[in-house]
Each structure stands twice: as structure tokens, then as C-alpha cells.
Design a binder for this molecule. Structure first.
Ligand SMILES: C[S@@+](CC[C@H](N)C(=O)[O-])C[C@H]1O[C@@H](n2cnc3c(N)ncnc32)[C@H](O)[C@@H]1O
Length: 484
């Protein structure tokens, strides 16, 4: 029997890719124009047949379908659930979506099938999927856990840097789909377990990494497991955030994306802080956006197609539910938690408002650096910061603003420093700070670099060294510097 991963090579060899799906209108953020996409894929070719079957879910005649998947046979693929015979020909049993170098699978959606969402619907990769992946610290590790694995994307990425991954989901169909996606991608180090939240790993050894994109939508009750609906408000997220970190090995990281509610008149940090600020762990709460309760409900009714195809929950139901829970606003974001259980450790909690649009590429290295830096800032007396060997990381750019002034030529007014990988954390700095940062190469204590810089500018070196801790602490906290 052929390994299913050969099928990946076959469709890729025919040109099935993100680009070929984009060519028919995918990934623009608006629903694709299905009649235009059908017209664009009309001429008979293996690629058009594959795009029609596995993306548009348009039936293909048996000879064309068979030619596109050869040397696999349609019945072989049917046994895996990848194709099925439908009125008018062969269609995909699942959509195949290339994403981040992997082939991901998902159920076709109501607008593609004309059938309402099944209670065991398996979602594809979405915005929360990519946010979680972006905010995951990736290091070579022994054991990773993905809670609510769904189509399996997070587990498959973790399998690239963890020796062993456990992916769990309450939905047995999700487990089947994720398993199939692994076979397709030739990934063999993931174990799939069915069950709720941490239940499938009770009694397991600790994990070096835990990731979760749980069903976080805060809505009146319904029975679609992919969208939550089984628990009150954000209580499922709360228990996950309270319990998951206790399953980390010391030094291990956990990233969870979630929504939480607040009244709107209170501080958005308060409720998650009460779940996250505890001994034995450092936690960084990142708020990425927030919505009024009306906008939130309308957006989800629309995005999850609950209006046309899901459980009939009206906006009024939603508002009555929010009234009962005292919900005024809903925030969307993530928590990154690191277990740090050394005796007498001064554990910290920090909250920031960031924008995902201002995050370029994977932020994992930046997050790990910020955790190390924040810990140094919290643990060390301020004057000892100058004793650390610090360096500016290579992923930076400095933009200077200069003006012409008579007799002086170009004079630098100010400069903007930003990180080019991860969140940009743009800061305005003056010429002295820019020169100092340029001289921080990790080869000597930061205080020596500060003193040298002061001398160059004709200032008092010991005064500069005394004054530098707040600046170093700020630059460390934003991850502009790292400890050599
Ligand atoms: C938003 S999807 C996330 C899928 C995937 N991890 C990703 O990042 O795209 C949430 C998943 O959580 C699963 N789920 C819902 N309730 C759960 C529970 N109580 N325990 C474990 N998984 C659950 C759903 O079946 C669904 O697959």
C-alpha cells in the first residue's frame, strides 16, 4: 500500500499550492466568487480538477478525477475519506489547504456544501490558528501538548521541534482528520487522544510546551463543539489557564489564545490576572483587540455563519445572555506562561496591548528573550543591570530623522528603533541612546559601554552609569536587548 504522503507529492507536482488557490480568489478575507472560480478552473487539467475537488468542492467526472489523483485510485482515497462520489461526479471529502509548508485538512463549510454545520464540524486554520503559532516559543524539546488540536496544525508544527507531541480533542472526527493530515504530511511523532481539556493527559509526565486554541467564543449555549458553546461565558478558558501551567516542566512555555469578558468600566487585565498571576509561573497577557458586546456578537454570527447555517441564536439572545453575565466588552488575545519554580523566585505578571498587524514573522524567539529579560529586571536590583553583558539583537532597524540646519549640515533630530522580527515595539530614541545601543555588543558589561559612550559625548561617565538602569530596564522589557 502506498504511503499517503506520496499523495501530497502528487498534488504538489500538479501545482496544487497556496498560489494556485489564491489564483481562484482564496485568502483575500472575503468570500470567494464561486462562479468566477468555476469559470477559471473549467478547462480540463489535473490542477483544475484538484482545485475543483479539494477547494471548491465542485464535482469532477470520474476519468478526470482519476487522472488527477493517479497513481492513487479514487477508491483508495475514498477509504481515507479524502474523496467521495456525489451527484454529478467526484468531490473532495475534505478541503485541502496548503498553509505554512503543510497540507492542512478541514471540513467543507455550509456555503460550500449547502448543508448546515454538523455538530462535529472540523474547522480549518484561521486567524486564531496563525496567532497561536506566531506566539509559540519554539525550541528543541522532548514533549509538547496541543489541547483542542482540531485539524492538527499546531501539533504538526510542534512535531518539527518536539521529539513527541500529544494532540487532544473532544471531537473524535477532529482526531480522525488530524490523524489523516499527519499521514498526508508524513509526520509520525504525534499521538492523538480523544477527551476534554487536560483529561486525556492526566497522569502524564510534564510537558516542555503546551499550546491551545480552545473554543473561546463567548456565546449563548449551542452544540457546535468547534465553537465552544458548552460552557458558561469564558469559564472553559479560565479553567484551562488556571490548570494547564501546572502540567509544564520547569522552564516550559505555554501559549493559549482566548477571549475574555469584562464590564467595560473595569480594567481589562483584572480577570485574566486573577487566573494567571501565581507563584511558580511568569505570565504575559497580550491583548490584541477588543470589541463592544454588540460588535462581537454580530461578528461571530456572521463569521461562524451562525445566521444562515448554524444554531439559530439571535442577536437578542446574545444580548440577554451578556446581560445575565454582566458582559460589557470582550477582549481577544493570548497568554504566554513559563513555569519558573525555583525556591524564592520572584514570579511576575505583565500585560501589554499589542497589534498583530505589527508582528512580522514568528515571535517565539522574541517572546523567550522578553521572558529572560523581564525576569532579570524583576530579580536584580536596578544598579546590577549595568553589570550584565547586553547586546542589541540583529533583527533591528534604526531610522534617523535629520534636518538641514545652517552651518551644521544635516542634524539628527531623533531616531526610531524597531524590531523587524516579531512585534516591532517601536521606540523613539535620541542620538546618545542610538550610539550606546550600537556599542552594546555583549562583549563587556553594559556599564562599561555606557561610560565609554558618555566619554565620547564629553559627559561624566559615572553619572551616566548611575542614570542608565531605567533605560536598560525599558530596552530589556521590550526585548530590544538580550543578555549575552
Ligand atoms: C478553534 S478549534 C482549534 C483548532 C486548532 N488547534 C487550531 O489552532 O486551529 C478548537 C478545538 O477545540 C475542540 N474542543 C472543544 N471543546 C473541547 C474540550 N472541552 N476539550 C478539548 N477540545 C475541545 C474543538 O473540537 C475544536 O477542534
Amino acid at each position: 500500500m502506498k504511503a499517503l504522503t506520496e499523495f501530497k507529492h502528487i498534488i504538489e507536482a500538479h501545482g496544487y499550492s497556496r498560489q494556485s488557490l489564491a489564483a481562484v480568489g482564496a485568502f483575500t478575507g472575503v468570500p470567494i466568487d464561486r462562479s468566477r472560480a468555476a469559470a477559471l478552473t473549467e478547462s480540463p487539467s489535473p490542477l483544475n480538477a484538484l482545485v475543483r475537488m479539494f477547494f471548491l468542492r465542485l464535482p469532477i467526472s470520474e476519468p478526470l478525477a482519476a487522472a488527477a489523483v493517479a497513481p492513487f485510485t479514487l477508491s483508495e482515497l475514498e477509504r481515507h475519506g479524502l474523496v467521495r462520489e456525489d451527484e454529478g461526479g467526484w468531490v473532495g471529502g475534505l478541503a485541502i489547504i496548503p498553509f505554512a509548508g503543510l497540507l492542512t485538512l478541514r471540513d467543507f463549510e455550509p456555503h460550500e456544501t449547502g448543508v448546515p454545520l454538523r455538530t462535529d464540524h472540523v474547522l480549518g486554520v484561521g486567524l486564531a490558528t496563525s496567532i497561536l503559532s506566531t506566539l509559540t516559543v519554539r525550541r528543541r524539546i522532548a514533549r509538547a501538548l496541543d489541547i483542542g488540536a482540531g485539524q492538527g496544525f499546531q501539533s504538526m508544527v510542534a512535531a518539527g521541534h518536539a521529539a513527541r507531541v500529544i494532540g487532544t480533542d473532544i471531537n473524535p472526527r477532529a482526531i480522525q482528520v488530524a490523524h489523516l493530515a499527519c499521514e498526508l504530511n508524513g509526520i509520525t511523532n504525534i499521538e492523538w487522544r480523544e477527551g476534554s481539556m487536560l483529561e486525556p493527559v492526566s497522569g502524564e509526565a510534564p510537558f516542555d510546551l503546551i499550546v491551545s486554541n480552545p473554543p473561546f467564543i463567548i456565546s449563548p449555549p449551542h452544540d457546535l463543539s468547534c465553537l465552544g458553546g458548552a460552557s458558561e461565558g469564558d469559564s472553559l478558558v479560565e479553567s484551562l489557564l488556571r490548570e494547564a501551567p501546572s502540567r509544564l516542566a520547569d522552564g516550559g512555555f505555554c501559549t493559549i489564545v482566548f477571549n475574555w469578558h469584562h464590564t467595560g468600566g473595569d480594567d481589562w487585565r483584572d480577570r485574566p490576572r486573577s487566573w494567571l498571576a501565581r507563584a511558580g509561573q511568569d505570565a504575559w497577557l497580550i491583548r490584541l483587540s477588543s470589541d463592544s458586546r454588540e460588535d462581537y456578537a454580530r461578528r461571530w454570527i456572521h463569521e461562524a455563519q451562525l445566521d444562515a447555517h448554524g444554531p439559530a441564536i439571535s442577536i437578542d439572545d446574545w444580548m440577554r445572555y451578556f446581560d445575565r453575565l454582566g458582559v460589557g466588552r470582550i477582549s481577544m488575545g493570548a497568554a504566554v506562561i513559563r513555569a519558573r519554580r525555583a525556591p524564592h523566585a520572584r514570579n511576575w505578571f505583565r500585560a501589554d496591548e499589542l497589534t498583530i498587524d505589527r508582528c512580522d514573522g514568528e515571535a517565539g524567539d522574541q517572546i523567550a528573550r522578553i521572558f529572560a529579560n523581564q525576569t532579570a529586571v524583576v530579580e536584580l536590583p536596578p544598579d546590577e543591570l549595568a553589570a550584565l553583558s547586553l547586546r542589541i539583537t540583529p533583527d533591528h532597524e534604526l531610522r534617523e530623522r535629520r534636518v538641514q540646519s545652517p552651518g551644521e549640515g544635516w542634524r539628527t533630530l531623533d531616531a526610531t528603533l524597531r524590531q523587524t522580527r516579531g512585534f516591532d515595539f517601536e521606540v523613539r530614541i535620541d542620538t546618545h541612546a542610538a550610539t550606546l545601543l550600537g556599542g552594546l555588543d555583549g562583549s563587556r558589561p553594559a556599564g562599561e559601554a555606557v561610560a565609554a559612550c558618555a566619554r565620547d559625548f564629553g559627559a561624566d561617565p559615572s553619572h551616566a552609569v548611575r542614570q542608565c538602569p531605567p533605560f536598560l530596564s525599558r530596552m530589556l522589557g521590550l526585548g530590544h536587548l538580550e543578555i549575552a
